[in-house]
Write a new protein. Sequence first.
Lengths: 110, 114
Amino acid sequence: QKEVEQDPGPLSVPEGAIVSLNCTYSNSAFQYFMWYRQYSRKGPELLMYTYSSGNKEDGRFTAQVDKSSKYISLFIRDSQPSDSATYLCAASNTGNQFYFGTGTSLTVIP
Amino acid sequence: DTGVSQNPRHKITKRGQNVTFRCDPISEHNRLYWYRQTLGQGPEFLTYFQNEAQLEKSRLLSDRFSAERPKGSFSTLEIQRTEQGDSAMYLCASRGEWPSEKLFFGSGTQLSVL
């Protein structure tokens, strides 16, 4: 079992839709949770960073962590064509290793 | 904050040749990581430095791979006797200290081994 599991999609939505992206993880010691956006042939760009449980909002993006169910979510409101990318979730404990999901490919159709 | 810089952006080489990649982390970050990413997969951990000390290496890192970080600033990743299976995106990332322990990536070096 991988440390972080993510549905690869692909996911296709119309412009303006609410997008929900999800990951599960297996290690209850994970404390740091991140979402990255990656455009084709580019490095991952940090979108959201959460420590421990709870919600964090930044503009159209909301990250949720539910440690009881080991579930990580990213919501994108009013999705735009420029949001079309691969979204990676990641988790880390207090050590030095980060564990990444395989990424979910999202296409927002104008 | 100029971000993490990686060079070259692309590298095409023939099987059996040696290649070297360079990473310049965010200046105040003392922690530096190398990852490898193939199509449809998430980044895969290769190695980690704190300052100039290489503290962790993945079991996946064969002896053809070596990384250095002299003086705790920039880092290099060398692959000797490249194989076609080495073709991938090589990503460098740097990380700040508590309370901002975010991991920031560079744009990567895309390696193609012919």
